[in-house]
Design a protein. Sequence first.
Length: 142
Amino acid sequence: MVRGFKAFLLRGNVVELATAVVIGVAFGVVITAFVKDLVTPLIAAIGGQPDFSSLSFTVNNSKFLYGDFLNGLLAFVLIAAVIYFLVIVPYTALMARYKKEPPEDPTTKKCPECLSEIPIGARRCAFCGQSVATAVGETPIR
């Protein structure tokens, strides 16, 4: 039983998952600090108020602190924007450079008689009238 547990722990998936979680937490801390220390003060310089936690309203002696919700919502949107523009967009551009797409299926073929481009499914050439094969190994109709 101990041997099986050891094999489970040392499998590639578990080690990779643990590494991804640790890196994800560290990355989250960096992004949160970037947003809190750089982006939010920039918004405060433009808008005038970086912290909305003091905003509230009262209904029947119940105080609703909607400012905290606005702070959380703003932090989420800013973190998502930073991740998108500083991670996803550059990564997608980098991967697009190295991605090789398979060649497209041909839509035309050459007529064996006049060498004109004709549709792949044609049985006769539109230019010279020559019968052409429509499939591999198929003999032309005369």
